[in-house]
Design a protein. Structure first.
Length: 601
């Protein structure tokens, strides 16, 4: 028996009025503590006090170490950021409460022992066994430790971004409802009394709503030791193999790479484009989750056909929905398609060609000349040209581009965000539809004047546009992009082909005069200086930038004149908004970025 353990045997009390009875266990290597709270609750924690040879002190679980001031006073110092507390040797207090104890034991000794035994089993089965390492679907880790009192557990929470927070007495037990409480906001469900020993997950349900979330034990290190990191990564990545579809109706095909530690993703966009990215999905062993690049991590939802991708920092989450076959079914389908193609090819080769009669020759088919008629398309697209407002008070300005047989759309959200989408609206002559990209369509047969109802091709929610009133248009702020110069409309017959140049006519004098106004020396709010010089072609300007920290950068043809919107563009991201006297000019972003201003030096 350790001498330090021998000095703790007896009865103690603390400043909160709780009383502790310390008894030596049979192995003489630990002590059991029986706690009597001021409220009357009794908690018995076997083997909670042990001697640590490494630290040469008595440890209360894994949270406190003992410092003995004298034989009458013991201080418990926390190993984390919990509150310290002190025990005092109880002799007088024991003699004062002894008559009350004897009376209580005489009145119902058997009932008290049964209640004490039951509460001890409950606390041992719940609080003792929930201690350990857990993680939630969002990648947050929880390190649960039992407090010295034995009635609560503290939690150290580590977020994915590395931030750490300690919550004292985060988990408590309710004997009335036979459940655990997490921070007095959630309670545990679907967990038996003694099932926490073998349970690998705990479900928490909100006290105020039906919201739930689950914890899983962090056993990634055990899996790695048992099966190896390669097997662990391969088994986890197999969960995302197959065909998926995102919220933008893009189809994604996920295949396992040869290394088995990453997945490649082939994306078939809704607008017809295709993109293939190697090693896009990887397995993070530290957080035991699948990563999309370095910005998103995967979580599983209640529906096994849906997976969620959540950002590590600021960003918008998105989801994938299962829409295809698994890897085995996809392989069988691909084999069936290859067999069908081979059979068709063999059938064609088996039929011998019929020889042409002697003295004849086979004329080559003349190329078919297809004349594109713009009359019907222009009439259909003109019905959506104008200014519109949807139900969310977002504003849409639609302008016709006759040369490309489409419409450009400028979107101004309610919060002020602006986006310009060239060629967003097109015409489908087969169904007589006006198409919004490849996801929505406008049926012209059911079209009502002043209202546009865009229906989804994939069963999504439709949205409605309404024509803006002239009064609202006058009160609304003027659009940041200058309006396109309107040319007098020409009457075009519906079946008459329209002959028009695909390249807009250049305006050299207009471009040259606009460029000359930007020439010279400028500075911005960050004290950076800009020297703008006209290029030899006189349709663009080069910019030499001197940063405040001494860096110098020269960019050729950085400024160009846009003939369609009749404004000066900074690359493809900003357009020029000049003042009346050109003493200062503003560069307004086309996307959701920050504008900035130049002042003439």
């Amino acid at each position: 028996m350790t001498p330090l353990l021998d000095q703790l045997i007896g009865e103690w009390y603390d400043d909160a009025g709780s009383q502790y009875t310390v008894t030596l266990d049979e192995d003489e290597a630990s002590c059991t503590v029986r706690t009597l709270r001021e409220s009357g609750r009794i908690v018995q924690t076997p083997g909670i006090l042990k001697y640590s040879k490494q630290d040469d002190c008595i440890l209360w679980g894994k949270s406190y170490c003992m410092e003995m001031e004298d034989e009458w006073t013991v201080h418990w110092q926390p190993l984390n950021t919990s509150r310290p507390y002190t025990w005092y040797r109880s002799e007088e207090a024991t003699s004062e409460i002894q008559p009350a104890k004897e009376a209580k034991e005489e009145a119902g000794e058997e009932a008290e022992e049964a209640e004490e035994e039951q509460e001890g089993e409950v606390l041992e089965g719940r609080l003792e066994q929930i201690a350990g390492n857990w993680r939630d679907p969002w990648g947050t880790r929880y390190f649960i430790t039992l407090d010295p009192a034995g009635t609560t557990c503290s939690a150290t929470i580590v977020r994915r971004d590395g931030s750490t927070r300690l919550v004292d007495e985060a988990i408590t037990y309710s004997a009335e409802y036979d459940c655990l409480y997490w921070n007095q906001c959630y309670y545990s469900v679907a967990v038996g009394l003694h099932s926490m020993t073998s349970a690998m997950s705990v479900t928490w349900k909100s006290l105020k709503s039906e919201e739930t979330f689950a914890w899983e034990r962090s056993v990634a290190s055990d899996v790695s030791r048992a099966h190896g990191p390669a097997t662990e990564a391969r088994d986890t990545l197999r969960k995302v193999l197959g065909e998926w579809q995102d919220e933008a109706q893009n189809r994604l095909s996920v295949t396992l790479d040869e290394s088995g530690e990453s997945c490649s993703v082939r994306t078939d966009c809704a607008d017809g484009g295709t993109r293939f990215t190697k090693r896009m999905l990887t397995y993070d062993r530290e957080y035991d989750c699948v990563m999309w690049g370095k910005t998103y991590y995967m979580t599983l939802s209640n529906d096994p056909c849906i997976i969620m991708w959540k950002p590590l920092q600021g960003g918008k989450p998105f989801s994938w929905q299962w829409c295809g076959q698994n890897q085995a079914e996809a392989s069988r389908a691909q084999l069936a398609r290859q067999t069908a193609r081979a059979s068709a090819r063999a059938a064609r080769e088996a039929v011998p060609p019929v020889p042409a009669p002697r003295g004849t020759w086979k004329a080559e088919p003349e190329p078919v000349k297809v004349e594109i008629s713009f009359g019907k398309a222009k009439a259909a697209l003109n019905q959506v040209v104008g200014e519109w407002v949807d139900e969310a008070n977002s504003q849409y300005t639609v302008s016709l581009v006759e040369a490309e047989q489409c419409c450009n759309v400028k979107t101004v959200r309610k919060d002020g965000h602006t986006r310009f989408s060239p060629g967003k609206i097109t015409y489908n002559p087969v169904h007589n539809w006006v198409m919004w990209a490849a996801s929505y369509y406008l049926a012209l047969e059911n079209h009502e004047p002043g209202t546009l109802c865009w229906n989804s091709l994939h069963g999504g929610k439709p949205f409605v546009w309404s024509l803006r009133d002239k009064a609202k248009a006058s009160k609304a702020p003027s659009p940041p992009l200058p309006a396109k110069a309107e040319a007098p409309e020409e009457t075009v017959a519906e079946d008459e082909p329209l002959k028009i140049s695909l390249v807009p006519r250049p305006r050299p004098n207009e471009a040259r005069s606009a460029m000359r106004k930007v020439l010279g020396q400028w500075r911005d709010e960050a004290q950076s200086q800009y020297f703008v010089s006209l290029d030899a072609t006189e349709d663009s300007c080069s910019v030499k930038t001197f940063r405040a920290d001494g860096r110098v950068r020269f960019t050729k043809a950085m400024l160009r004149y846009d003939t369609e919107f009749q404004c000066v563009m900074w690359g493809r991201s900003y357009y020029l908004d000049a003042g009346k006297n050109w003493a200062s000019i503003s560069w307004v972003p086309l996307k959701n970025t920050k504008p900035y201003t130049w002042h003439r030096c």
